[in-house]
Design a binder for this molecule. Structure first.
Ligand code: HAM
Length: 419
């Protein structure tokens, strides 16, 4: 019997996996420069954290959570996103009692039982940035800008930024009622009619053409914003324009999580087919209170690492020609040489030179093939005669040039050549 990775999951393997690591680093680079500190939270949490935080009426909570009882009967859930956990951690450790905003970034696996397809996985990777405890349009603009810079730093040119405001607790209820009234007048199936009562904004996001066709005249939240939300939104937009960030107003942008207020945004890439969102986020002023904390107006995003890699692939930015695994490859011929080479390779690594050697007692031909496959620039060939002379043959694999170097000097010689 042989095993396969579970449906909706996959493995990142070398050399691509090295690029994935670099993508994660690059996406959060700008946030780190803006003072965001690293946070790690557990991969599973109390189920209620997500039920309350993300919202019972969302697809994530109602259909997609990996929920299980532990051996003591607690209901736990593999995290479907990072924001609720970050707020939980901030409240639990009282970070909000210090300087505000609290700025945090994270990187990790997320789990959603979704219909698996290209770009949509059951186990995927996000990096995220959250700024908690401050209501200031400049903070919204900062967060959006840092995301845009993250994508740009990878050389991506096809990422578009969509922006909207979802209002606050003053104006959203009036809008919700107006939207519900409009939706109740449409010809919709029973499930969708039920959704009108629970989460009418999500109906706007229904992708089916027969539903979309009826939504043309639907009231838009942007036309129902109260004065405070309106001027806040204008200020965020003005700051983004001043910073040279290109964005598109998308009055129909609603997000799949319930905690959003005011600023919401998504980064999309057109080279990905139907799963076009490479990142998303917004302001979540009420989330802390939903989780039993004090008011903590906050804003953040999460960027999808796997989809970003697909976007880079679509733009031809992924280079799968394997870079050299190591710089130097040892070819020992015989037992005595193997013992000496083992020490030499260890010395090289300690000196900061990446090195490997031929294992398994291979002969010269097999070992040289290993040297080629490793991508190393130099091979070190050590035979009995070399040992007797306390020397080693240093072969430049790009030019085939071979020189003899005293064993006592080879680490220094190589250090000079590879750096
Ligand atoms: P989200 O829009 O659900 O937001 O996810 C953010 C990003 O994660 C998406 O834009 C997408 O790139 C990636 N993603 C989501 N689901 C999948 C999947 N099944 N397979 C592959 N990639 C996926 C959030 O998670 C919020 N916590 C963002 C946030 C932070 N809002 C405020 N702070």
């Amino acid at each position: 019997m042989s095993f396969q990775a579970p449906k909706g999951t996959f493995d990142w393997l070398p050399p691509r996996s090295e690029q994935v690591l670099a993508v994660r680093e690059a996406l959060v680079g700008p946030a780190r420069l803006a003072g965001y500190g690293y946070i790690e939270t557990p991969v599973f949490e109390d189920t209620q954290l997500f039920a309350r935080g993300v919202g019972e009426s969302t697809d994530i909570v109602s259909k997609e959570m990996y929920t299980f009882p532990d051996k003591a009967g607690r209901s736990l859930t593999l995290r479907p996103e990072g924001t609720a956990s970050v707020v939980r951690a901030v409240l639990q450790h009282g970070l909000h009692n210090g300087q505000l905003p609290v700025k945090l970034w994270y990187s990790g696996s997320q789990f959603r039982y979704e219909r698996a397809q290209k770009g949509r996985y059951r186990h995927f990777w996000q990096v995220g940035a959250e700024a908690l405890g401050s209501e200031d349009p400049a903070l919204d603009a900062e967060v959006v800008l840092l995301g845009a810079q993250g994508f740009a730093s990878l050389g991506l040119t096809g990422v578009r930024l969509l922006i909207n405001s979802l209002g606050d607790k003053t104006c959203r209820p009036t809008y919700r009622a107006a939207l519900q009234e409009f939706l109740r007048g449409l010809d919709l199936d029973a499930d969708t009619r039920a959704r009108i009562e629970i989460n009418p904004l999500r109906v706007l996001d229904d992708k089916r053409p027969e539903v979309q066709a009826q939504l043309t005249g639907a009231p838009l939240v942007i036309d129902h914003l109260c004065a405070a939300c309106k001027s806040y939104h204008e200020e965020v937009r003005a700051l983004l324009s001043a910073a040279g960030v290109a964005y598109e107003d998308d009055p129909r942008l609603v997000r799949g999580l319930d905690y959003y207020t005011r600023t919401t945004f998504e980064f999309v890439h057109d080279g990905l087919g139907s799963q076009s969102a490479v990142g998303g986020g917004g302001r979540y002023d009420g989330l802390s209170e939903m989780l039993g904390g004090p008011p903590l107006p906050s804003v953040g995003w999460a960027l999808g690492v796997d989809r970003t890699v697909l976007a880079m692939e679509a733009e031809g930015l992924i280079d799968d020609t394997a870079p050299g695994r190591v710089q130097v490859y040892g070819v020992p011929l015989g037992d005595e040489a193997r013992r000496r080479m083992f020490l030499l390779v260890t010395e090289l690594r300690q000196a900061g030179v990446s090195a490997d050697l031929a294992y398994g007692g291979k002969g010269l031909k097999g070992a040289m093939k290993g040297a080629d496959r490793s991508g190393a620039r130099f091979a070190l060939i050590l035979g009995e005669r070399d040992l007797a002379a306390q020397a080693v043959q240093l072969k430049d694999l790009t030019t085939a040039e071979q020189t003899e170097v005293p064993l006592a000097q080879v680490v220094d010689v190589l250090k000079g050549k590879v750096q």
